[in-house]
Structures are given as structure tokens and as C-alpha cells.
Write a protein that binds this ligand. Structure first.
Ligand code: FMN
Length: 269
């Protein structure tokens, strides 16, 4: 066949375009997980900023360097090894509501333990571990529960000692602006910093009171001021925080992490 024949020209063009589309498909498929992970990070960026994990100018690379997102098996209190991840059970694309309703990956909460009024919970949750020089400095625990008009979704940050609260933030709710919506007020969120979630015996003690905390009392370290005009939303926050710190939530994980700290010689109480 002559080199400049029409058939040959079309053949070469077809071959080149097939090779190119193959290369494009390969790169799309191989880059997909990275793209999805970057999308996840972008979604939680405001949470990370709000909980003083990063500055608002941090790049995704900066975030990746200091935040390790892991799946925690709530009942076992253990971090799930990545080899056990599946398409559904994965840090990437993890959706709390879908997982709570899932027949295998979700479970019902006994009514008398359902402080957060959520009926079902995932068996696993994605926890963000904030690290500095290989050491965990903060635990960002996802928390959710019923407010007055909506389900409140947020994160509670615990310090390295797993007792001291470093902050709280809500990224989704539909409470009334100016009333229940005051859970987003930075002045109220600041009240949480430095409060103690547990007492020396490991009992959950953190509590939102009705009105103001008496700061002269020794147990003030466990108490947060209520929100005027939003008693029901504040009660919802109180219940959901207590639920997620309990045995139904992150209780087993917190205990095991504390035991690891103790074993390493660090003081935890
Ligand atoms: C239109 C409207 C919206 C309200 N939104 C909320 C709300 O988001 N969260 C809340 O706790 N209370 C809300 N309330 C107020 C509650 O009905 C209730 O009065 C209040 O929580 C009591 O708080 P207090 O004990 O501080 O007065 C709303 C009331 C009205 C009339």
C-alpha cells in the first residue's frame, strides 16, 4: 500500500486517536481516587479552619501533611486498616446517613441509649487525626444529633489527652438564625475551649447548662453556658455531644487511645 494512500492515512489517524483516548481513560481512572480525596478535603476545609487545624490559606498538600483521616470501628474502638476498606466502607465518599441506614454498616440504637435522637448510627465513622511530628495533637470526632428543627452535623475536637475539648463546630443544620443558629456564634463556640469532657474516672461530664455557668464552682470546667432563646437547640447539642462521647459513640475508641498514651508513659489524668 502506498505511504500516502487514503486508507493508510485514515488508519494511522484512527490508531493515534485510539491510543490517545486509551491514555486519557487510564489517567482519568488512575487520578479519580486522588480527585475524590481532594474533594473530601475541600469539603472539610472550613471545619479544619474553624477548629484551628489549618490557616485559611493552607493548600490541600498542607492539609494532607498534618491530617490523617481514618475509619474507626465504633464498637471495637479500633482504627480500621486500609486493607479492609471496600468500595462502600471507605474514608472517601463516606456518607453518614447512607452508612447509618446500611443493613451491614449501620445499626439501630436501643431507644433508652438514643440520647441524640438519631435512631440509627454507622458502625464506623471517619475521624480526622491531626498530627505534628508524627504525634497526634488533636482528634476531630464527627458528631450529629437532633436539634429543634433539624439534625445538627458537626465535629468535636479533643486534645492529645482525649479529655480536653479543643473546640466544636457545626457544618450543617437548619435551626433558626439568631436563635438555634447561635450554635455557630464564635463567642459561644469559644466557651468550649479548654473544658473537660470526662472526669478522672472517665465518666462523660461535659454539659450545657440552662443559663450561665457559675465560674466560681470547681465543676465549671465541665459546664458550658446555655443559649438564650434557644434552649431546645442547646439541649440537642448537649445530648448529641454526650451521646458521641458515650459507649454508643466514641467511648471505646477514646478509652483505647488513652490506654495507648498511658502505655507510652504519658499522663492522661
Ligand atoms: C419562629 C421561632 C423560631 C424558633 N427557633 C428556635 C430554635 O431554632 N431553637 C430553639 O431552641 N428555640 C427556638 N425557638 C424558641 C423556642 O420555641 C423556645 O421558646 C426557646 O427555645 C426557649 O428558650 P429560653 O428558655 O432561653 O427562652 C423559636 C421560636 C420561634 C417563635
Amino acid at each position: 500500500m502506498p505511504a500516502d494512500s487514503l486508507t493508510r492515512t485514515f488508519g494511522v489517524a484512527l490508531g493515534v486517536s485510539l491510543a490517545c483516548s486509551f491514555l486519557v481513560s487510564i489517567s482519568v481512572v488512575s487520578l479519580k481516587p486522588i480527585q475524590l480525596e481532594n474533594e473530601e478535603i475541600a469539603k472539610t476545609r472550613t471545619v479544619f479552619t474553624d477548629l484551628d487545624v489549618i490557616g485559611d490559606k493552607a493548600s490541600i498538600a498542607d492539609i494532607r501533611e498534618i491530617v490523617d483521616s481514618v475509619l474507626v470501628d465504633l464498637a471495637a474502638g479500633e482504627i480500621v486498616p486500609e486493607e479492609a476498606y471496600t468500595n462502600t466502607l471507605n474514608v472517601i465518599g463516606f456518607d453518614i446517613e447512607t452508612m447509618a441506614e446500611h443493613p451491614e454498616y449501620g445499626r439501630e440504637i436501643p431507644a433508652d441509649r438514643d440520647l441524640a435522637k438519631i435512631r440509627r448510627v454507622p458502625r464506623y465513622m471517619v475521624v480526622h487525626l491531626v498530627k505534628k511530628q508524627g504525634r497526634i495533637t488533636k482528634y476531630l470526632l464527627p458528631v450529629y444529633g437532633s436539634g429543634l428543627y433539624s439534625t445538627l452535623y458537626g465535629y468535636l475536637a479533643l486534645g492529645r489527652d482525649l479529655k480536653t475539648i479543643e473546640g466544636i463546630t457545626f457544618y450543617k443544620h437548619a435551626e433558626t438564625p439568631g436563635l438555634g443558629g447561635e450554635i455557630d456564634n464564635p463567642a459561644w463556640k469559644t466557651l468550649w475551649k479548654g473544658k473537660q469532657a470526662f472526669d478522672e474516672k472517665g465518666n462523660v461530664r461535659i454539659e450545657i447548662v440552662h443559663g450561665r455557668v457559675d465560674r466560681s464552682k470547681p465543676d465549671a470546667k465541665y459546664k458550658i453556658d446555655g443559649i438564650s432563646g434557644a434552649t431546645y437547640t442547646a439541649r440537642g447539642v448537649n445530648q448529641l455531644v454526650r451521646f458521641w462521647l458515650s459507649e454508643q459513640g466514641f467511648g471505646p475508641f477514646i478509652r483505647k487511645q488513652k490506654a495507648k498514651l498511658k502505655k507510652s508513659g504519658e499522663k492522661t489524668s
